[in-house]
Design a protein around this ligand. Sequence first.
Ligand code: GTP
Ligand code: SPV
Ligand code: MN
Length: 604
Amino acid sequence: MTAATIPGLDQAPTTHQRLLTWVRQVAELTTPEKVVWCDGSAEEWRTLTDKLVDAGTFVRLEKKFNSFWCASDPNDVARVEERTFICSRDEADAGPTNNWMDPVDMKVVMTEHYRGSMAGRTMYVIPFCMGPLTAEKPMLGVEITDSEYVVVSMHIMTRMGTKALALFGEDAEFVRCLHSVGAPLKPGQKDVPWPCDTTKYITQFPEERMIWSYGSGYGGNALLGKKCYSLRIASVIARQEGWLAEHMLILKLTSPEQRVHYIAAAFPSSCGKTNLAMLEPSIPGWKVETLGDDIAWMRFGEDGRLYAVNPENGFFGVAPGTGWKTNPNAMRTLYQGNSIFTNVALTDDGDVWWEGYSEAPPDHLTTWKREHWTLASDEFTSHPNSRYCTPIAQCPITAPEWDDPNGVPISAIFFGGRRATTIPLVVESRDWQHGVFLGATLSSETTAAATGQVGVVRRDPMAMLPFIGYHAGDYFQHWIDTGKHADTAKLPKIFYVNWFRRGEDGRFLWPGFSENARVLKWAIERIEGHGTAFHTAIGYVPGASALDLDGLDTPIEDIQAALKVDHDEWQAEIPLIEQWFATIGDKLPSSLHDELEALKHRLA
Ligand code: GTP
Ligand code: SPV
Ligand code: MN
């Protein structure tokens, strides 16, 4: 079939020539059965969710309004970091932390995968905007995909369809995002519920502002506005334009005295961003509101402060562990409906369940592997990286200013990881440069959010290891420079937290979740100039008495152990940091090397 005869191709609701040309080229290469230009309407949602139900991909939930259960192929459940590439023209620009392939070579390889890859399927064209539609310079993209699951997920996660396309005009810049599940259908061939390919590529071409993704339907691999655009491509743009694209939640904290502070926090995947963003403080009078749970774009405002915007429109949150006790605001959001649940369990009465959803599971469930599960089973009902996808606007504690194109002024940046030892509950950096050092040396145990071994400690600088779209050394320098260009007094203070330190018996020393408000409170006291701290070798650390522990029943010994700066543990950490810095090579900013030497000196 030639492109001219592909139904829908010529029904483009735009006169943007470069967009039209690109869509035609992709259609000619991938040979879909038809082309649909997505408008983002409720009718489109209805049509596509019905289609997904008919295909067996979705089960409509009886117990949650306009919501769906979905189980993926068991081999397509997480981001695939080893299949993710930064195809900069020069290999050196991808740096030591990214996979690289020459862009010309990569295109040759991927073009052969894309050739005919949409046969028998519909090709959807999704115009979208990351961040508010009212931004001075809206950040536009178009995702072409052959997956209905992707289209409906993009309905939730982005501002898309007609309202986004209206911003394209005749010639606006946009990021080209091409996605195919890589499962063409022969005439008459029956589809599977979750089409994908065993071969996967998640490829960024930073100079061309282009993303090619092939073979996976999973969130971070397939919803290309998210990690691929808003972090990998945006981090490259941000460096050039002097701003920051970060893997951070954004929250609004109001004190009992009604003082407002906005906090951005970077924790690696599955290390607590969503939970902190929706925190219900355990301490009286304190209030948290949410602006974002995964990504923050931060630019300096005219007043010299750093302002954060969440480019996303929804939450793509980790399901297991989300319950009324740990994250009631996520539960309230999901109870509004309009959500997609992937790789959790399905109850017999048409609801979802996962480990931590409620105290007692129902007697019988269908697992994420579509298997029977009873109380006698000892398998997990849900994949550890199972996810809910739900609109940010229906979260009951979403801050009214979440959609403000100017963003919100950030008072504090938190870095954090999942470490059983060494890293205390909270440390305040000595200054911006030291804070960048804390971020650059951030370490965390790997989680199920990416394929591969879980629980291995690795360096995950600023929680961005899988998402920095260029050389990590240049990225550190960009962070250092960001502080230099600013009025020091107006910069956010940088803290480093660890909710996951463990006692000898393996229990968490700190209760976490709503109790993390106590750490936020101390941080605000430090910012406002009245909190106390010990000046330790690694930074400012509160004693147990500096934290508000009122009403907390955790043994004081555990709190003290959580706060401890253990010199032996830190001595053991130094060679690991040295090794990590060695991998960065010549581009490691000298100031970070100086910070390491100063730390060694203070520990000695
Ligand atoms: P991504 O969406 O992958 O980027 O993850 P995230 O950083 O948003 O992590 P999320 O908040 O979803 O938490 C991941 C897991 O950590 C969940 O199982 C949570 O229950 C658990 N968790 C979150 N906060 C805490 C905490 O304070 N203490 C403990 N012990 N566990 C936590
Ligand atoms: C993460 O892995 O950090 C996520 C989920 O937030 S994904 O969208 O798949 O990247
Ligand atoms: Mn994330």
